[in-house]
Design a binder for this molecule. Structure first.
Ligand code: ADP
Ligand code: GN1
Ligand code: MG
Length: 345
């Protein structure tokens, strides 16, 4: 889906509904695939992030409730988090995180380590959020067999006549169908516990400051799930040698030194993991990357209705990078398992 264009009047009205009437510039910001995000400059010199929640994907009322619960709980603990300045569905206003930046790719191992410890801390911080259980903001979000089902439906409908272009990608998926249910099965059997987790731990969802401090952002999918969803999705983007939409697949692979930094940073903070979680830590990287590739492929076949795209084959290009990453992780599987063993004590 290409990004929607908003008129000046629409943006000003949204800002005014949340008390901001002195904006001097409102411009598109960041590289998120879901919401419409804008940086707002004001005459006072105070800056904000204005976001229009994607109401095709989220129930805005449930989402608002979840965001307010999570952010106020973190605030009550003194944890630096997104600061909600206004929330008038479907619009919301966050304080701009001055001094922090996000990136789309890791450039040195210490960055991967910081990202992993940020998300480990995030899981620790939310472990004692008071009842009731947080809502399932998107049902079956990281249920990989459910993602396979959605892909199969998209293939059957073939609304854009694109199935003929993706025989190789569909064959890639077919070879790996069985292992897609491993984590959901372990959750069903109770071997892997439900925890409050972020569920979208891509590298640009953590803001870093030069002194190494961080703020975890994009809290929209923070809800009950497996810790492995977070670690796996971290490996997907924070071990990658190239961007998620790199066309030159020779540049795309999972870097062992980044993977090692992720394991080190995560295990240092996530002392709560049980044996089943630890035993599947390396596998979770492959699983979540596979799942994301399946989602990009399904969206390509469905006509690009979910993720923001900026060219016709954007979702297909993204799917191919994900599958190349999976292959790279498979090739290094024994080494990745050995790295987990090394840090697990
Ligand atoms: P999406 O759900 O579409 O991914 P995000 O909430 O992740 O949207 O925001 C998109 C990008 O905007 C982030 O990757 C980050 O670069 C930037 N961003 C979001 N919130 C803030 C903030 N409070 N301060 C500064 N930058 C932010
Ligand atoms: C989306 O919102 P963003 O861009 O941080 C998506 C994730 C995918 C990711 C792939 C709510 O994340 O699940 O892994 O794109 N978020 C949602 O880049 O679907
Ligand atoms: Mg995001």
């Amino acid at each position: 889906m290409s990004s929607r264009v908003f008129s000046k009047e629409e943006l000003s009205a949204a800002l005014a509904s949340m008390g901001v009437t002195d904006a001097t510039d409102v411009s598109r910001y960041g590289s998120g695939h879901i919401n419409d995000t804008f940086k707002v400059e004001t005459r006072r010199g105070v800056r904000y992030i204005l976001q229009r929640v994607n109401t095709d994907i989220f129930d805005p009322v449930l989402l608002k409730n979840n965001i307010l619960r999570v952010t106020s709980f973190l605030k009550s603990k003194g944890v630096k988090s997104l600061e909600v300045v206004g929330y008038e569905n479907p619009w919301r206003l966050y304080a701009f995180l001055e001094g922090y930046t996000s990136r789309d790719i890791v450039t040195e191992p210490n960055e991967a380590r910081l990202v992993a410890s940020a998300f480990a801390k995030f899981q620790n911080d939310l472990a004692d959020i008071p009842p009731p259980r947080l809502d399932d903001i998107i049902e079956k979000f990281h249920d990989t067999p459910n993602r396979l089902k959605q892909l199969d439906e998209a293939v059957a409908k073939d609304v854009k006549g694109r199935v003929k272009e993706v025989a190789a990608e569909l064959a890639f998926v077919d070879k790996r169908r069985e292992e897609c249910s491993r984590v959901v099965d372990l959750m069903k059997s109770g071997d892997i516990p439900e925890r409050v987790v972020h569920q979208d731990t891509k590298i640009n969802n953590v803001m870093l400051a030069p002194d190494g401090s961080n703020v975890v952002i994009d809290l929209d999918t923070t809800m009950p799930g497996s810790a492995l969803y977070d670690f796996g999705d971290m490996v997907r983007t924070s071990s990658a040698a190239a961007a998620e939409d790199e066309r030159d697949l020779s540049k795309v692979y999972s870097k062992k030194e980044y993977f090692e930094a992720l394991v080190a940073g995560y295990l240092e903070g996530a002392k709560f993991l049980n044996e089943a979680e630890l035993a599947n830590l390396a596998f979770s990287g492959r699983l979540l990357t596979m799942e994301c590739g399946i989602r990009f492929l399904a969206d390509y076949l469905a006509g690009d209705v979910y993720f923001h795209t900026s060219c016709d084959d954007h979702n297909l290009v993204r799917c191919r990078t994900q599958f190349k990453m999976v292959e790279s992780m498979e090739a290094q599987s024994a080494e990745f398992e050995a790295i987990v063993k090394k840090y697990k004590i």
